[in-house]
Write a protein that binds this ligand. Structure first.
Ligand code: SF4
Ligand code: SF4
Length: 173
């Protein structure tokens, strides 16, 4: 945030982002990666929080979870429990991600950061994801990319996922 931002600007920002996240969260109310509870496949591996892992928070995304900053990004730590209706956006879109290219186009990818823990991410080519979920991850990407701060973060994560995918591909050869 600009240091010399006025109080009114800050409030305006807060309201703007609150509304935006409300809209984004609503895309995933009752919409999950697959039609059945995928938690039974892995013992809900993505919700086994610990002190060393966290979920990326998007700019100005609010949470009641504990937050730690690292390399200019805020992470929420959950210890494996949360109020479902308040879970961060990163949890809602996992294990997919709205990748953003230089032309501002959004494409939905299986998040390679989740390969370790998530069978859906690992076997994404064989998984039948809920079409509404995929569509809404894309929609979320489009909404986020309209905001400069969120767009920047989408780019950053996309470049990380690209690097990781390239690395994993090399290792498989
Ligand atoms: S790790 Fe993947 S399969 Fe397991 S609960 Fe999370 S999203 Fe579902
Ligand atoms: S915040 Fe909730 S949904 Fe997200 S990882 Fe933690 S327990 Fe799971």
């Amino acid at each position: 945030m600009r240091k010399n931002m006025t109080k009114t600007e800050k409030e305006h920002n807060k309201d703007f982002y609150r509304e935006m996240y409300k809209k984004l969260y609503s895309l995933f109310e009752g919409v999950t990666p697959v039609k059945k509870d995928c938690g039974v496949l892995c013992g809900a591996a993505c919700c086994r929080g610990d002190e060393r892992t966290g979920m990326i928070l998007f700019p100005f995304e609010e949470t009641k979870l504990r937050v730690f900053p690292a390399n200019g990004i805020r992470y929420a730590v959950c210890e494996g429990k949360c109020i479902r209706s308040e879970r961060p956006l990163s949890c809602r879109i996992f294990p997919l991600f709205p990748a953003l290219d230089e032309k501002g186009r959004v494409s939905v990818i299986a998040d390679p950061r989740g390969y370790d823990i998530c069978p859906l991410a690992r076997h994404s080519e064989d998984v039948i994801f809920d079409r509404r979920f995929v569509k809404n991850v894309k929609k979320a990407g489009k909404i986020l990319s309209k905001d400069e701060r969120c767009k920047k973060l989408l780019f950053e994560i996309t470049s990380q996922t690209d690097e990781l995918s390239a690395l994993l591909e090399k290792l498989e050869k």
